[in-house]
Design a protein around this ligand. Structure first.
Ligand code: ATR
Length: 270
C-alpha cells in the first residue's frame, strides 16, 4: 500500500505542500501519497485519528493547528518543546505520536541557501507570535552577536527574550525603541498579510544588510519592497516553505531531497 501523508489546516485548499512533497517523492523515487486535509477548528485530534485510521503515517500541520498538534503528541523533539508548536507528526509503529517542528531549521537553511551570514551578526527579528517563537532557537544556534526581538506588543517580545535567554544574547524592544544598524532583519509579523509595515525607525539596515520576510507572494511583499528601497537585499519566505518541507520529508522517509528544482517550479506557479 502507498504510504499516506497530509497537511492539516483550515483553510488548506491553497496549500503548496502537496505540490512540494509530490515533487520531492518523484525526485527521490519514493512511493507516497500526500494530500490536504481540512480539519474543523476545535476538531484537530479527531481529524488526526480519522487520518491514521485510513492508513496515514505522518502529517504536516499548519495554521491554526500547530498548538493542537503539540498537545496531541506522546513524544516531542527538543526544538518542538521550545517552540511550543508542532508542524510535523510521525505515527510510530507502536501507535505513539512523535511531534517535531521544522519551521526554524527551514528558515536557517534558506538563509544559508541565499548566502546570508548570521554568525557574529546583529539580527533583528520582528514579531513575537508563534512564527517567531519557532525560529529563535535555530537562529541563536548560528551564534549571532546579538538578536533583538521587536514587537508591537512589547510584553510578548519580553516573554520570548526571557524564555530563550539561556541560549544566547537576546533582548526585546518596541518598534520605536529599536536602535543601531542590523545586518539581518527578519519579518515574522503577519503585517504583510494586511499589506502593512511594522513602523520601524529609519536607518536600521547596515551596509550590505539582508531583509527576510517569512511571508511570500508573487509580487514583493510590502516589507520586501520597503527594505529593498532602503538598500537591503530582500528575500521572501518561499524558500523557507520548501526547506521546512524538506526537513519533514527527511523525518518521514530518511531521504533528503534536493530543494533547488522545487524552489524554481514553485516560484513559477505563484
Ligand atoms: P503567527 O503564529 O503567524 O506568529 P500570531 O501569533 O497571531 O501569528 O502573531 C502575529 C504577529 O504579528 C504578532 O507579533 C503581532 O503583533 P502583536 O503581538 O502586537 O499582536 C504581529 N502583527 C500583526 N499585525 C501587525 C501589524 N499590522 N503591524 C505590526 N505587527 C503586527
Amino acid at each position: 500500500m502507498t504510504d499516506r501523508y497530509c497537511v492539516f489546516g483550515n483553510p488548506i485548499a491553497h496549500s503548496k505542500s502537496p505540490f512540494i512533497h509530490t515533487a520531492f517523492a518523484r525526485e527521490t523515487q519514493q512511493r507516497l501519497d500526500y494530500t490536504t486535509w481540512l480539519a474543523p477548528v476545535g476538531g484537530f485530534a479527531e481529524a488526526w485519528k480519522a487520518f491514521t485510521a485510513e492508513g496515514g503515517r505522518g502529517a504536516n500541520v499548519t495554521v491554526p493547528f500547530k498548538g493542537d498538534a503539540f498537545a496531541l503528541c506522546d513524544t516531542l523533539s527538543k526544538r518542538a518543546q521550545r517552540a511550543e508548536a508542532v508542524n510535523t507528526l510521525i505515527l510510530g509503529g507502536n501507535g505513539k505520536v512523535y511531534g517535531d517542528t521544522t519551521d526554524g531549521v527551514g528558515l536557517v537553511r534558506d538563509l544559508h541557501y541565499h548566502g546570508v551570514p548570521l554568525t557574529g551578526k546583529r539580527i533583528l527579528l520582528l514579531g513575537a507570535g508563534g512564527a517567531v517563537r519557532g525560529v529563535i532557537e535555530p537562529l541563536l544556534a548560528e551564534k549571532p552577536r546579538e538578536l533583538v526581538i521587536a514587537n508591537r506588543t512589547l510584553a510578548k517580545a519580553e516573554r520570548l527574550a526571557h524564555d530563550f535567554s539561556d541560549l544566547g544574547t537576546l533582548s526585546a524592544a518596541g518598534f520605536n525603541d529599536v536602535t543601531g544598524a542590523f545586518d539581518v532583519v527578519i519579518n515574522g509579523t503577519s503585517a504583510s498579510l494586511a499589506g502593512e509595515l511594522p513602523p520601524l525607525p529609519a536607518g536600521i539596515f547596515s551596509t550590505n544588510a539582508w531583509a527576510y520576510d517569512m511571508m511570500y507572494a508573487a509580487e514583493p511583499t510590502v516589507f520586501s519592497a520597503w527594505a529593498a528601497a532602503q538598500g537591503a537585499q530582500a528575500i521572501d519566505g518561499l524558500g523557507m516553505l520548501v526547506e521546512q518541507a524538506a526537513e519533514s520529508f527527511f523525518l518521514w522517509r530518511n531521504v533528503r531531497p534536493d530543494t533547488a528544482s522545487v524552489r524554481k517550479k514553485l516560484r513559477k506557479r505563484l
